[in-house]
Write a protein that binds this ligand. Sequence first.
Ligand SMILES: C[S@@+](CC[C@H](N)C(=O)[O-])C[C@H]1O[C@@H](n2cnc3c(N)ncnc32)[C@H](O)[C@@H]1O
Length: 307
Amino acid sequence: MTTLPGASAGSAVPRDAEPCLEQIFQLVREREGIDLRAYRRGTVERRATQRLHKLGCSDYRGYARRMAEDEAEAHHLLAHITIKVSRFFRDADVFGHLRDAVLPDLVRQIGADGELRVWSAGCGNGEEPYSMAVFLADMSREGWPIPAATIWGTDIDEEALAVATRGLYPEGALAETSPELIAAYWARRPGRLGSQYELSDDIRRRVVFARHDLLSGTGLPAGPRSPAIPCHLVLCRNVLIYFQRHAQEQVLQLLTHSLAPGGYLCLGEAEQLTKAQAGHYETIDRRAGLYRRTREGLSGGSTGVVS
Ligand SMILES: C[S@@+](CC[C@H](N)C(=O)[O-])C[C@H]1O[C@@H](n2cnc3c(N)ncnc32)[C@H](O)[C@@H]1O
C-alpha cells in the first residue's frame, strides 16, 4: 500500500481526538450517510486535525462543537479525507494493459452484437471511466467491431460527479494524454485562468454517473450490482487505500460479486487483492493490479466471459 496524498501534512493530532471522534463520525453519518469508522483511523485523524486548525479550533472538543453547529462541515471533512486527484490515463502501464490486452480480449469475446459493461468504482471527477470510453471510441475508429457499451462511474462525492457530468477539465488532467487523442476527443476552451478542455458529447454520452457508497452498497445503477447482469471490467483504483482491512475485504467481495467469470478487475498500482479474494482470480499483471476472475471451482486458465 502507498501513502495517501498529503498524508504527512498538518500538525500533531490533539490529545482529545479519541473521545470526540465518535461524535464527529456520527455527525458525518447522519449528514453525509458515510461511515468514517471504516476509513483508516490515522488518515481520518490527520485530515480532521488539518480542518480543525484551519477553522481555528484549539482541540477536538471545539471542532466537534463547530461541526454540530455548522451543517456544511461534515461535508468539508469528508471531501478533505477523500481527495480527488486524478488524470486521464493515469498510470501509463495500467492503461497500456487495458488498451492492448483487456479491451481487445473482451471485444472479441462479447462480439459486435453483445453488450460490454464497465464499472469505474470511486471514479472521482470521471477521468477513469472517460478514459475507457475514449479507448473504445478509438478502437471503433480503427475498425474494431465494438459492442454496445455501458460504462458506469460511481462515487460518494456529488460535487465530483457534477464535474464528471459536465466534462470540462483543466489542462493538468490531460498531462498523460497524447496530442492525437486530445485533438480527437477534446475541445480547447481558452479562459482568463488558462485553457480548459471539454470532452466531446459523444464521449460524455457513453458514461453514466451515479452516487454510490462502496461501503453500504446502496444506490448503484442496476448493472454492476445485479448478479444477473455482471460487469466485464471493474476498475477500482486508489480507493481501497482509504479503508481499513475489514472494509477493503467487504468492498472487494462486492466487486468480485459484480464481475462476470472471465471478467477483469483492475485495482491499479497502489492496491492488491486480499488473500481471501485472491482465490477468485488469476493474476494478469501484479504491478498493474490487473486480475481476471476465474469461474468458481476452476483454479485458473482460460475462461470465457459471460455476457
Ligand atoms: C483518489 S480518488 C480515485 C479516482 C480514480 N479511481 C483514480 O484512481 O484516478 C478516490 C475516490 O474514491 C472515492 N471514495 C471514497 N470513499 C468512497 C466510498 N465509500 N464509496 C465510493 N467512493 C468512495 C472518493 O470520493 C474519491 O473520488
